[in-house]
Design a protein around this ligand. Sequence first.
Ligand SMILES: *[C@@H]1O[C@H](CO)[C@@H](O)[C@H](O)[C@H]1NC(C)=O
Ligand SMILES: *[C@@H]1O[C@H](CO)[C@@H](O)[C@H](O)[C@H]1NC(C)=O
Ligand SMILES: *[C@@H]1O[C@H](CO)[C@@H](O)[C@H](O)[C@H]1NC(C)=O
Ligand SMILES: *[C@@H]1O[C@H](CO)[C@@H](O)[C@H](O)[C@H]1NC(C)=O
Ligand SMILES: *[C@@H]1O[C@H](CO)[C@@H](O)[C@H](O)[C@H]1NC(C)=O
Ligand SMILES: *[C@@H]1O[C@H](CO)[C@@H](O)[C@H](O)[C@H]1NC(C)=O
Ligand SMILES: *[C@@H]1O[C@H](CO)[C@@H](O)[C@H](O)[C@H]1NC(C)=O
Length: 411
Amino acid sequence: MVCFRFSTVPGSGLVLLCLILGAVRSYPLELNLTDSEKNICLYAKWQMNFTIVYETTNNTTKTVSISDLRPVTYDGSICGNDQNGTKIAVQFRSGFSWTVSFTKEASTYSIGSILFSYNMSDSTTFPDAKEKGIVTVNDSVAIKIPLDDIFRCNSLSVLKENNVLQYFWDVHIQPFVQNGTVSTKEFVCDEDKTPTTLAPIIHTTAPSPTTTPAAKEKPEVGNYSVNNGNGTCLLASMGLQLNITQDKVASVININPNTTDFTGNCHTETALLRLNSSTIRYLDFVFAVKNENRFYLKEVNISMRLVNGSVFSIANNNLSYWDAPLGSSYMCNKEQTVSVSGTFQINTFDLRVQPFSVKEGKYSTAQDCSADDDNFLVPIAVGAALAGVLILVLLAYFIGLKRHHAGYEQF
Ligand SMILES: *[C@@H]1O[C@H](CO)[C@@H](O)[C@H](O)[C@H]1NC(C)=O
Ligand SMILES: *[C@@H]1O[C@H](CO)[C@@H](O)[C@H](O)[C@H]1NC(C)=O
Ligand SMILES: *[C@@H]1O[C@H](CO)[C@@H](O)[C@H](O)[C@H]1NC(C)=O
Ligand SMILES: *[C@@H]1O[C@H](CO)[C@@H](O)[C@H](O)[C@H]1NC(C)=O
Ligand SMILES: *[C@@H]1O[C@H](CO)[C@@H](O)[C@H](O)[C@H]1NC(C)=O
Ligand SMILES: *[C@@H]1O[C@H](CO)[C@@H](O)[C@H](O)[C@H]1NC(C)=O
Ligand SMILES: *[C@@H]1O[C@H](CO)[C@@H](O)[C@H](O)[C@H]1NC(C)=O
């Protein structure tokens, strides 16, 4: 129950207005599974709701919202520490089913696919539905989490697939509980760390909140490296800020090096640095050699999941940035922009990169980006011009003064 208390006319006292919101309140789902030895092997607690749009027999669309899921059962949920078949299966109301599956690797686990199905033949929930029968939507999430951590995401996440929106929040999941004790070590989703990273891009008829991206703080500098058989072959340290423009709204996302993994490879003529995180499937920087004596950033590819559940992908293999002689590194402390496409830019801060000829895991001498442009001559030219003007003005003044005096002396 929510109460608003406000006064109408001064002195008339307080008016109490109470709304009973029980009908629209949603309840967390909670599941504790135990293995054959009665040890807890899977723990999950989360909230979710759904919006489904469907076509009716008279060619219009209807929208149903499913927020009170009761009654709920969890038949078919299984766990077991060495089992890839681990999943949470939820059945609710009449004919709804929701399943999320997990896979386990040596030191990580992944939240894999989410299957959601509903029965359009149920005319109480879907009156006048044109199509009948069971509809299933399949989403893949692909979040990788350290094995001992509990995944936590309090922020609202949205998956959009066909005509279905799935909303999740207050999510706590540990599908492979170790030694029967739910972990206290949290793996926090990116949305919880930086609440303003992405502007929600959900299209509803309701007026969306103003999505002017807040002025972003500088991204933290990450140190990345790639090894081949012979030790470090690529070095990069940089603060990265992604700028994605969608529907005329720019979303600025700082890459957090603490939650970003990196890999890559080195060849004689090309080198790759690949970053990935829970939201970034990959962000590739491909370097190439030109004229046998210089290297440059030739290609950037990205694929990442946005908060609305859609995937943003862009590739450009015709770039020319970060150009420096082979055997040296490229450095740029000031903010620089790599423009990958009209909708995607990367702002870099405190950049230093060496994709080839790394010796003993250390950077070679740097070529600084101020040598890139001849613009550093401009301030000097402007300064010289100003000094010239100043001298002229002073000269004119003194000459004028002298003439003046001369004038007086004639009297
Ligand atoms: C629905 O639309 C289809 C194609 O647009 C049309 O052939 C059909 O007559 C329409 N039905 C109704 C009931 O309006
Ligand atoms: C689902 O929950 C979210 C977060 O509480 C809320 O904003 C949204 O309106 C809910 N949707 C429905 C269909 O109840
Ligand atoms: C589970 O699946 C992943 C990916 O398919 C695989 O790498 C892993 O070895 C499997 N683990 C077990 C225990 O079968
Ligand atoms: C689980 O128990 C094993 C053996 O007692 C121990 O080596 C391991 O560190 C424990 N893992 C956790 C996450 O507590
Ligand atoms: C490793 O270094 C040695 C000596 O510099 C060289 O002969 C060899 O080809 C290198 N191997 C690789 C995989 O680069
Ligand atoms: C992001 O990109 C848009 C469109 O190119 C641009 O107007 C805006 O200034 C950029 N913002 C930042 C912080 O780079
Ligand atoms: C990354 O980790 C360092 C050291 O643990 C910490 O000081 C810093 O605040 C973290 N950065 C972010 C963005 O979480």
